[in-house]
Write a protein that binds this ligand. Structure first.
Ligand SMILES: NC(=O)c1ccc[n+]([C@@H]2O[C@H](COP(=O)([O-])OP(=O)(O)OC[C@H]3O[C@@H](n4cnc5c(N)ncnc54)[C@H](O)[C@@H]3O)[C@@H](O)[C@H]2O)c1
Ligand SMILES: [Zn+2]
Length: 380
């Protein structure tokens, strides 16, 4: 038994398209199922970077007639198709749950009830399942806080404090074992997807892995989708000579992992059994603030544009979350290879040539947040 035919749902998207290229290079036969949603694919047609050696089927993962025949021909399924914006999920609840949760439920229904030869299922999960990252209090030890209350955001007190001694908490890398808190609908659906796939995998003996992607950045990230991908949003603003908009004070810590490292990690999950039946952090292990990302991008673009620091919080935002990638290192031998500056330079080089770069729809997304009351009105 060995894997040869791989079905990649969402394979026309950002992570999916790079994965398709990576799998083709590794000699797999790849089939893509993608509905080409207009928010991601503005022209409604297959993107220019489709891989000539893969087969592309246009269809919706919620449509059994489209999905089932492809699953039954596959040795492995990498399920990436999803609606992907945290903010948007808070007012398009039905659409998010339907695509993400029910789409995955249909895939599992097929695997449970049809005769198939799928040997591995990989489902895209997210940093979002953690809510806040892991923290420590110098005096009281490890802490796993929930979202900051709106009153705290309104008072512009961005950092978490210890519930016992009120000291400021120190963020530490988040291991997979940290308690999970879902603070928005998107993350809830990612959690549904992850738990459902791992449960059915364990129950029926189908090796399953749930990569929890941190901030994956790189070429082909949608520049005109104002709802996803902060690095791409910043590049799009800068290319239009506008200030990148930074929420809070910009001191939020994140882990930005190059798309190439993310694809390498996915290939390891496909080929090695080490992470079977587990969720796995996919990050770089390197920590950076949002403000640093905005400044680095401006510098690499040669623009003297400072980020616009709003000093306003969004109700659904976490403060810090960075990846502890020990599990992926130990179980899969995963070692990230792309340094942040090099990866960001690659993102920029690509963005300069992308026709999408000229479209900046961020202001519209911002006013949607304001209208829905998701941008906290400061009191201090
Ligand atoms: N990019 C990141 O940093 C990141 C972080 C965490 C998790 N993820 C997860 O990784 C996966 C891929 O994300 P991405 O950044 O490549 O997003 P993307 O939007 O670029 O790609 C998603 C693809 O899925 C397709 N799609 C959407 N709904 C569909 C449906 N109902 N049927 C068929 N196809 C559909 C879209 O047309 C698109 O091509 C998603 O599941 C996302 O939740 C991504
Ligand atoms: Zn304490």
């Amino acid at each position: 038994m060995s894997i040869r035919n791989v079905l990649v749902t969402g394979g026309a998207g950002y992570i999916g398209s790079h994965l398709v290229d990576g799998l083709v290079v590794r000699g797999y036969d790849v089939v893509v199922l993608d509905s080409l949603v207009s928010q991601v694919h503005r022209t409604g047609t297959w993107p220019s970077y489709v891989n000539a050696k893969a087969r592309y089927v246009r269809g919706d993962v919620r449509d059994r007639d489209a999905l089932q025949p492809l699953v039954l021909r596959a040795d492995a399924v990498v399920h990436l198709a999803a609606a992907v914006s945290v903010g948007q999920s808070m007012y398009e609840v039905d659409r998010y749950v339907d695509i993400n949760t029910r789409g995955t439920a249909l895939l599992l229904d097929i695997l449970v009830n049809q005769r198939h030869h799928v040997e591995k299922v990989i489902v895209a999960s997210s940093i979002g399942v953690y809510g806040e990252g892991a923290y420590e209090c110098g005096a009281c030890g490890p802490q796993a806080p929930g979202l900051r209350p709106a009153a705290q955001l309104a008072a512009r007190q961005w950092e978490h404090r210890c519930p016992r001694c009120d000291a400021e908490l120190r963020p530490v890398p988040t291991p997979e074992s940290k308690a999970l808190y879902r603070d928005n609908i998107y993350s809830m659906t990612k959690h549904h997807q992850e738990e459902m796939v791992l449960l059915i995998g364990r129950t029926y003996g189908i090796p399953a892995v749930a990569p929890r992607f941190f901030n994956v950045y790189g070429p082909r990230q949608s520049l005109s989708n104002p709802y996803a991908g902060v690095a791409a949003i910043f590049v799009s603003r800068l290319l239009n000579d506008r200030q990148p908009v930074v929420f809070e004070d910009g001191g939020q810590l994140r882990d930005f992992v190059s798309i190439h490292d993310a694809v390498r990690c996915l290939a390891l999950m496909l080929e090695k059994p080490g992470a079977d039946f587990f969720p796995v952090n996919v990050g770089s292990g390197y920590t950076v603030t949002i403000l640093e990302v905005a400044r680095t991008l401006a510098r690499l673009l040669g623009k003297s544009i400072e980020p616009l620091v709003t000093n306003r919080g969004r109700t659904f935002d976490i403060r810090h979350n960075t990846a502890d990638i020990t599990f992926a290192r130990d179980r899969l031998g995963f070692t990230p290879t792309v340094p942040l500056e090099e990866g960001m330079a690659e993102l920029i080089a690509w963005a300069r040539t992308s026709p999408d770069g000229a479209v900046d729809l961020f202001d519209r997304a911002l006013s949607e947040l304001e209208q829905k009351g998701l941008l906290v009105q400061p009191t201090a």
